[in-house]
Design a protein around this ligand. Structure first.
Ligand code: NDP
Length: 246
């Protein structure tokens, strides 16, 4: 497989979970890949090592998506290290759950800063580097479309905001031949939402296919959207959630 030979990709939050799987999938198919992380330097290094073992160039940048200066600087630094930029995957995200009475201002601000503003700023910075055939793919959530449990309000709000952002940016960048899409995972087995966690059985009970997805499942859909084959797909959202929202 070599759909991404010669392509250069940046994946935010690529040290663990879904982001790490996306980074590796793009590298397996020929891309050079930069990734960001907040805390997990060692794990980010392992992903970069795996990318190098595939014969591709890999780079890791510590960059808090809640920090506007860090985001822009890191997109520019990643493009410089890679020698350009073709694909941005906005994957970094956080979960702050809980009932309405318990939301702190810090929870609200952090959710918006990482899950929304970070995506906006990374996309804006990436747009300056992307050319014809460029790709921006954001990771949303099935909760952006339908909220099937209590305590998910802040997170659902933040992911729903990305739907409007995706549609608008698709219009703005379409004339340049750049596509902008969003992928909405359901329950996916990561540190954020472990398949053996206390909420897992309740999540499985709501799904048409009652099992967790793997990070690699999400990476496969992202790889399609990043590919040349998806050149006519833009402004679109894709559920990959075991049918929880059917
Ligand atoms: P994990 O918590 O397992 O991994 C999160 C990744 O994002 C890590 O690489 C982490 O870096 C990075 N990250 C978190 N906060 C920041 C920050 N402030 N700045 C930079 N990087 C950051 O999450 P998942 O892999 O499960 O989730 C990935 C995406 O998928 C998120 O957007 C999430 O909302 C979404 N999603 C996940 C679902 C699930 O069931 N797992 C379902 C639906 C959507 P570090 O290692 O340094 O902490």
């Amino acid at each position: 497989m070599s759909r991404f030979t010669g392509k250069k990709a940046l994946v935010t939050g690529g040290s663990r979970g879904i982001g790490a799987a996306i980074a590796l999938r793009l590298a397996q198919e020929g891309a050079d890949v930069a990734l960001t992380y907040e805390h997990s330097a060692e794990k980010a290094g392992e992903v970069v090592g795996a990318i190098a073992a595939l014969g591709r160039k890999g780079f890791a940048f510590a960059a808090d998506s809640a920090d506007p200066v860090a985001i822009k600087g890191t997109v520019d630094n990643a493009a410089a290290a890679l020698g350009g930029l073709d694909i941005l995957v906005n994957n970094a995200g956080i979960w702050r759950g809980g009932p309405v009475a318990e939301w702190s201002l810090a929870d609200i601000d952090a959710t918006l800063a990482v899950n929304v503003r970070g995506v906006v700023l990374a996309s804006q910075a990436a747009a300056a580097h992307l050319g014809e055939g460029g790709r921006i793919i954001s990771i949303g959530s099935c909760l952006a479309d339908r909220v099937v449990e209590e305590g998910a309000t802040l997170y659902a709000m933040s992911k729903a905001a990305l739907i409007g952002f995706t549609k608008g940016l698709a219009r703005d960048l379409g004339p340049r031949g750049i596509t902008v899409n969003i992928v909405h995972p359901g329950s996916t087995d990561t540190d954020m939402n472990p398949a053996a966690g206390p909420q897992a059985d309740a999540q499985r009970a709501k799904m048409a296919i009652p099992r967790y997805g793997k990070p690699e499942d999400i990476a496969g859909l992202v790889a399609y959207l990043a590919s040349e084959e998806a050149r006519f797909v833009t402004g679109a959202g894709f559920a990959i959630d075991g049918g929880v929202n059917t």
